[in-house]
Design a protein. Structure first.
Length: 146
């Protein structure tokens, strides 16, 4: 997928990790994850999704949901997995049983505040690889159930 100039600049800045006080002292995998979430946000918007939340969390559960977006009348809870290259295991393989349980709990908490509740809600996994000039996206709709 081709990126426009604005998206390239935003992703480059996220990759550099520069802030007001110089380079961030964050782990490389956290910086990569943040860069992937930004790329996912742009990707989903280009696909027609309406993103309504990013890194949504509740104080009652550990963890967060990377992106929450509407695709038509379906509310999508999107887990973003980012890698710098195609390793032995795929990025989406990191969404194991335990991660799915956590995401389900957080999604239920989110849904309690949505009025009226959506008729359709699903879990998606979006894998992103940065081992080429442009990011490579693989979107798994309905990746797992409730």
């Amino acid at each position: 997928m081709r990126l426009n100039a604005f998206e390239r600049v935003v992703l480059a800045l996220a990759g550099a990790g520069a802030g007001r006080h110089g380079p961030r002292q964050r782990a490389a995998h956290l910086q990569m994850g943040e860069r992937g979430e930004l790329a996912a946000l742009f990707y989903l918007r280009k696909q027609g999704f309406v993103v309504v939340a990013r890194r949504w969390r509740t104080p009652k559960q550990r963890g967060d949901i990377d992106l929450i977006a509407w695709e038509g009348d379906t509310l999508c809870f999107v887990e973003v997995k980012t890698r710098g290259s195609h390793d032995i295991a795929s990025a989406e393989a990191a969404v194991d049983d335990e991660k799915r349980k956590v995401l389900r709990r957080i999604a239920r908490a989110y849904l309690k505040g949505v009025v009226p509740p959506p008729e359709n809600a699903r879990f998606d996994v979006l894998s992103i690889y940065f081992d080429r000039k442009a990011p490579e996206f693989t979107h798994f709709r309905w990746a797992f159930g409730w």
